[in-house]
Design a protein around this ligand. Structure first.
Ligand SMILES: *Cc1c(COP(=O)(O)O)cnc(C)c1O
Length: 397
């Protein structure tokens, strides 16, 4: 089979399965209301949970006047500036860890940490619904990758107790699952790791800034010590409204990653102005009013959706998926919402398991009461017009 034939047939397959993905072009900054291809839409797709993406532009302009643009090199050569260093200190302080190490993206932080920690002969055990970057990190490490059924910690315990590893065991989970919105039982994960001498790594991409009284993330939420959650990953592109990511942990962990994490070592450092501007959003994060506002929107959406028997999932987070099942159906509801000025993405396989396509509604502190009301009204009309759409009592999976 020629290359040309392979590309063509794979693309055709994507179209036929209603899995074709395409990009929408924004003409305005990321916010609760956006201009997309000339239409004004209320945006229920972003991960900008605290509405911080539209803040910090002034900070960035000020920082750019001081630092200009490029970092010029990787951190270990000559690209590590005072701005990067100050952000690492601030992240360590906010998350309560001895140190934090800045990566350019969460994808790189995850593949960097896992591939540096785990080696051939070790095993990496992951929740089945973990983010792609965590799975890719395990593949890159050449360790044995094992997966337990989503949030099934008995299954995890069975795998841990089999003890078929020649080497060490790393257990990895998302905190808030990105396509489901549910929260891992991190205390339980921590106990299992402690009992079996395994290392626990948690990807708090969707929890950092959202969970915890002060937005410190999943560790603050559950009141765990840093020993109970020794490898913590947070990202800056979601609730923090900026760009970048970090791993937080002990002095030894951070020294180790600086020496051995290839996606840290062999890549250009973030522009220093971006790092400096992140400090402004870290300060804004401390304002609890945004988390209160977000909580109010989540409650408003869930109680409205419950009354209409919409197929909500078990989520108390800003990620509130509506489980539809068929990809074509999910797309048609998403399109229908779009004609009403509401932007909700249809998430389909392979991002989610086969037969579990969904509308991924995400809420933000930047949404008004009226924005959420508009969404609920539109969903109500769509569900009333189509009795083939799943209701809350029905099991799609
Ligand atoms: C978005 C996301 C990442 C990747 O972070 P980026 O900074 O966007 O590369 C990692 N893990 C999870 C769970 C995510 O949702």
């Amino acid at each position: 089979m020629s290359w040309q034939h392979r590309l063509h047939s794979k693309l055709q397959q994507r179209r036929d399965q209603h899995l074709w993905r395409q990009r929408s072009v924004l003409n305005s900054p990321q916010d609760a209301h956006v201009d997309c291809n000339g239409e004004t839409l209320v945006n229920f797709c972003s991960n900008d949970y605290l509405g911080l993406a539209a803040s910090g532009g002034e900070d960035l302009a000020t920082a750019a006047r001081r630092w200009q643009f490029g970092s010029g090199a990787s951190h270990l050569v000559c690209g590590h500036s005072r701005a990067h260093h100050a952000l690492e200190d601030a992240l360590a302080e906010l998350t309560g860890y001895p140190r934090a190490l800045l990566f350019s993206t969460g994808y790189m932080a995850n593949i960097g940490a896992i591939s540096a920690l785990a080696q051939r002969g070790d095993r990496v055990i992951q929740d089945k619904l973990n983010h792609a970057s965590l799975l890719d990190g395990a593949i890159l490490s050449r360790a044995d990758l094992q997966r337990f059924r989503h949030a099934d910690y008995e299954h995890l315990a069975d795998l841990l107790n089999k003890d078929d590893a020649r080497g060490e065991t790393l257990v990895v989970s998302d905190s808030l699952f990105s396509m489901d919105g549910d929260l891992a039982d991190v205390p339980q994960l921590s106990r299992l790791c402690e009992q079996t001498g395994s290392l626990l790594m948690i990807d708090d991409a969707h929890g950092f800034g959202v969970l915890g009284e002060n937005g410190g993330g999943v560790r603050e939420h559950f009141g765990l010590t840093t020993q109970q959650l020794p490898v913590y990953v947070g990202t800056l592109g979601k609730a923090l409204g900026g760009y970048g990511a970090f791993v937080a942990g002990s002095n030894d962990l951070i020294d180790y990653l600086i020496q051995f994490a290839r996606p840290y070592i062999y890549t250009t450092a973030l522009p220093p102005a971006v790092a400096e501007a992140m400090l402004g959003n870290l300060e804004r994060l401390k304002d609890n009013a945004r988390r209160q506002q977000l909580k109010a929107r989540i409650q408003q959406f869930r109680s409205g959706a419950e009354q209409m028997h919409l197929p909500l999932m078990d989520s108390h987070s800003p990620i509130q998926p509506l489980l539809i099942g068929e990809s074509a159906k999910a797309i048609s509801v998403s399109n229908e919402l779009r004609t009403r000025g509401l932007w909700v993405s249809a998430i389909r396989p392979p991002t989610v398991p086969e037969g579990s396509a969904r509308l991924r509604v995400t809420l933000s502190a930047a949404h008004s009461d009226d924005d959420v009301k508009r969404l609920l009204d539109a969903l109500s009309a769509i569900w009333q017009n189509d009795n083939t759409l799943p209701r809350a009592s029905e099991q799609v999976l």
